[in-house]
Design a protein around this ligand. Structure first.
Ligand SMILES: Cc1ncc(C[n+]2csc(CCOP(=O)(O)OP(=O)(O)O)c2C)c(N)n1
Ligand SMILES: [Mg+2]
Length: 337
């Protein structure tokens, strides 16, 4: 992790910037898009081991959530987590480093794309198992409640995960124990290659909260400020002792599920409809209209962000990969008595 001169981790500073400024939120959404595009390029060049899942189109959910929370809260995301990690404050070099198996990565390059984590920004370990983070977030909320702290745990997951047992067990327990947890479903309309309506009996995932007598909200996942407002309401409810909330953000992934999936299963015209409501464009237009940003400042922001990602990529590609010896660094073995 990069340390600033004042000794505050750069990731923590980045989190504060996001909490404070609308322009910073637009910039972060751009950064996420650029990093995800870059990861796809690097994957195509054979530089990423294993698989990778990118989130182009879903940037507003990551940034809206991060802007509504504190670095001392806990977030559990998924294997599609590069954007969440960047939004929470992890720097592009650390994310790219992990994806490319370099020591500079947040897990020293041993976790890879699906296992980003950093306690400084409150990002709990991340799983490849669909829905696995949901009970972990409930556990994190239970420890906040037990310690009587005002921390909140948040769980991010997809629409497909709401058909998993852990989702129902987690929501039930959170409701029964009135825990400070916010469940955020990124409904991107597909679970792997299956459209939502072929796997799921409801079209509004938020209605599932009714079974657990839980508050719920459905929000436009392309509108960063709508996401921020909904998550803020839910987080305030949780902090104030009002218990859990299920927030459903309606969004879309522009890319396939993973790797080189070209998404031939999409409905005709669907991608274009969603591209017409691109979350970065929508927010940029809003800031231009309010005068917070000029057209030239927006162009400069795009150029600058792209330059920063070029630099991060160069730095990462020049840095050492994880080693076999490193694999044993954090292994605990009891001494035989
Ligand atoms: C328990 C489990 N079942 C199946 C899989 C294979 N799998 C990986 S991602 C995925 C789709 C999940 O869809 P969703 O929850 O909507 O998240 P998205 O990928 O759309 O972000 C599946 C079925 C898995 N990783 N874990
Ligand atoms: Mg999905």
């Amino acid at each position: 992790m990069t340390e600033s001169m004042a000794g505050v981790p750069r990731s923590t500073q980045r989190r504060h910037e996001l909490n404070e400024s609308r322009v910073a939120r637009l910039e972060r959404m751009m950064e996420i898009r650029l990093v995800e595009d870059r990861i796809q390029d690097l994957f195509a060049q054979g530089l990423v081991s294993g698989t990778t899942h990118t989130s182009q189109g879903q940037e507003a959910v990551a940034v809206g959530l991060a802007a509504a929370t504190r670095a001392t809260d806990f977030v559990c995301c998924t294997y599609r987590g590069h954007g969440h990690a960047l939004a929470l404050g992890m720097t592009p070099d650390v994310v790219l480093g992990e994806v490319l198996g370099r020591q500079i990565g947040c897990m020293g390059g041993l976790g890879g794309s699906m296992h980003l984590s950093d306690p400084d920004v409150g990002l709990l370990p991340t799983f490849a198992i669909v829905g696995a983070g949901i009970p972990v977030a409930v556990g994190a909320a239970l420890q906040f409640a037990t310690r009587r702290s005002d921390g909140v745990a948040l769980s991010l997951f997809g629409d497909g995960a709401t058909n998993i047992g852990a989702f129902h067990e987690g929501l039930n327990m959170a409701a029964v124990w009135n825990l400070p947890v916010v469940f955020v479903c990124e409904n991107n309309l597909y679970g792997e290659y299956s459209p939502l309506e072929t796997t799921t009996a409801v079209s509004d995932i938020a209605t599932r909260a009714t079974s657990y007598a839980m508050a719920a909200d459905v929000v436009d996942g392309q509108d960063v400020e709508a996401v921020q407002a909904a998550v803020t309401r839910a987080v305030e409810r949780a902090r104030g002792g009002g218990g859990p909330t299920l927030v459903e953000a309606k969004t879309y992934r522009y890319v396939g599920h993973s790797r080189s999936d070209k998404a031939p299963y999409r409905k005709e015209g669907e991608l274009d409809e969603w591209l017409a409501r691109d979350p970065i464009e929508l927010f940029a237009q809003k800031l231009l209209a309010s005068g917070e940003l000029s057209a030239s400042a927006l162009d400069e922001m795009r150029r600058h962000q792209s330059h920063l990602i070029d630099e991060a990529q160069e730095q990462v590609l020049a840095s050492p990969t994880g080693t076999i010896a490193q694999m044993f660094d954090n292994v605990f073995a009891p001494t035989p008595s």
